[in-house]
Write a protein that binds this ligand. Structure first.
Ligand SMILES: [Zn+2]
Length: 319
């Protein structure tokens, strides 16, 4: 008997599925547009289509498990998707139950940031590490923690929401309703919002020039202006890096990881973001070993969700 698991990455724009041969690696892959605006029933139909496409010809007894990386919030124990911001119309959708009924295999659902962490641990820069912290910095900030080789889940399956760690109790309000969350200070959305505020105050910047006016302000555009030597753009990146450094150091003090991995679109800013974080850790961590904790870029890029879903299926199939 040859054993396989199946991974599904349910993203806001794309649904991807792959068949993974145990001890061998990825085989068939399929891709469908999510077209999330069409609502849950159409999206579910396309998830099933993608899964069927990669399963074609496989004997049912050869499939050990299906792993699904989905946007949160969700309940990984029941596999119910609560109401993700980028899946409009989803409200307590029992994804696990629906998929079990359809494919008659064990199904394991977890949030995409947690599974991205697991993916970096199994297939990325974290291979061989027993403890690591992963943050994905894009429009929001998510993440995960591996402790003693296992993904940290918490009492309710909700562990590791580093984006909502408070790093400035007098800071701006976060989308979650709290004040001064890391996400409200270092995410792509936060960088763009701060840029807009400073420009409206009349501060001088390339970002206020005709080259950029009319373009939507994003962290990428800010990074581009910073590279051209724009002082305001450089201050925006430094500010995001400053709060990220505080957050990362807090995580190092709590979890004592061998490394911290930063992924997501905003992490592509590279050294202007990473260097201040590394310096902050070097200067403020408690012990010499922790001061040297490497802050590394994620390795897996766009495949991270798919690899995470596979790793989650493999972990649970073995358990
Ligand atoms: Zn928050």
């Amino acid at each position: 008997m040859t054993s396989y698991v199946l991974g599904v990455d349910l993203g806001g724009t794309q649904i991807r599925a792959c068949l993974w041969k145990v001890e061998a690696g990825m085989e068939q892959q399929a891709k469908k547009p999510t077209q999330a605006r069409q609502g849950p029933s159409r999206v579910l139909k396309r998830i099933k289509l993608a899964v069927r496409e990669v399963l074609a010809g496989l004997a049912p007894e050869d499939l050990l498990a299906i792993g699904i990386a989905s946007p949160g919030p969700l309940d990984p124990q029941s596999g119910i998707i609560l109401s993700p911001a980028n899946l409009p119309g989803w409200d307590r959708v029992p994804l696990r139950e629906i998929m079990v009924k359809e494919f008659h295999a064990p199904v394991y659902v977890n949030n995409d940031a947690n599974l991205a962490c697991l993916a970096e641990h199994r297939f990325g820069h974290g291979q061989g590490a027993s403890d690591l912290v992963y943050l994905t910095i894009s429009t929001g900030i998510g993440g995960g923690v591996v402790c003693g080789g296992q993904l940290l889940m918490g009492a309710h399956g909700l562990a590791a929401e580093p984006g909502h760690m408070i790093v400035d109790a007098d800071g701006p309000r976060c989308g979650c309703g709290s004040i001064g969350c890391l996400e409200a200070l270092s995410s792509g959305t936060a960088i763009a919002r701060q840029a807009g505020e400073w420009i409206r105050e009349g501060q001088d910047s390339l970002l206020a020039s005709p080259t950029y006016s009319g373009k939507e302000l994003t962290a990428q555009i800010v990074a581009e202006a910073a590279l051209k030597g724009d002082a305001l753009a450089q201050r925006l990146i430094s500010r995001a890096a400053y709060y990220l450094g505080i957050g990362v150091l807090n995580l190092i003090h709590i979890f004592d990881p061998q490394m911290v991995i930063l992924g997501g679109g905003v992490s592509k800013i590279g050294s202007p973001l990473f260097d201040p974080v590394q310096l902050w850790v070097r200067e403020h961590a408690l012990t010499p070993a922790q001061r040297e904790t490497p802050i590394l870029p994620a390795k897996l890029g766009d495949d991270v969700g798919l690899f995470g879903a596979v790793a989650w299926a493999l972990d649970n199939a073995k358990a």
